[in-house]
Design a protein around this ligand. Structure first.
Ligand code: ZN
Length: 130
């Protein structure tokens, strides 16, 4: 999960930022991060901080089998970030029934321990922010 190519991402979540790899050569955004740009093959990779908003592209509701340390069901979504990249994320504070393709989401951060903070997603309108 954490390696040289994704270290910036986890440093970001620890700092409350959702970071997306951006090629310093051509500006292409990429998720998940990798060593070389998929557009121009450059190895000079930087990152941008995402706005932290996106839309549900698809989702699954995990009802079984049990997952250690997790309360079921878990809603896992493919999320289209407003920046144009797609990532997988867990939705929290939602009922599976209220999630649909196109539901607006806002990122939040779940601190697991000193070394790991996971991005999680909430409904964008849950906090009164449309
Ligand atoms: Zn590039």
């Amino acid at each position: 999960m954490v390696n040289r190519d994704s270290q910036f991402f986890w440093d970001g979540t620890a700092a409350g930022e959702l970071r997306i790899q951006r090629c310093n050569s051509c500006g292409a955004l990429r998720f998940p991060p990798g060593p070389a740009c998929q557009s121009c093959d450059a190895y000079d990779q930087g990152h941008v901080v995402a706005a932290g908003t996106g839309t549900v592209f698809s989702f699954v509701v995990h009802r079984h089998p049990p997952v250690p340390g997790k309360e079921l069901p878990i809603v896992i979504a493919l999320i289209d970030l407003d920046e144009g990249v797609r990532m997988v994320g867990e939705l929290v504070g939602v009922d599976a029934e209220e999630i649909a393709i196109g539901t607006r989401l806002r990122v939040d951060f779940h601190r697991v321990d000193d070394d790991l903070t996971l991005p999680v997603w909430r409904r964008a309108d849950e906090e009164g922010q449309a």
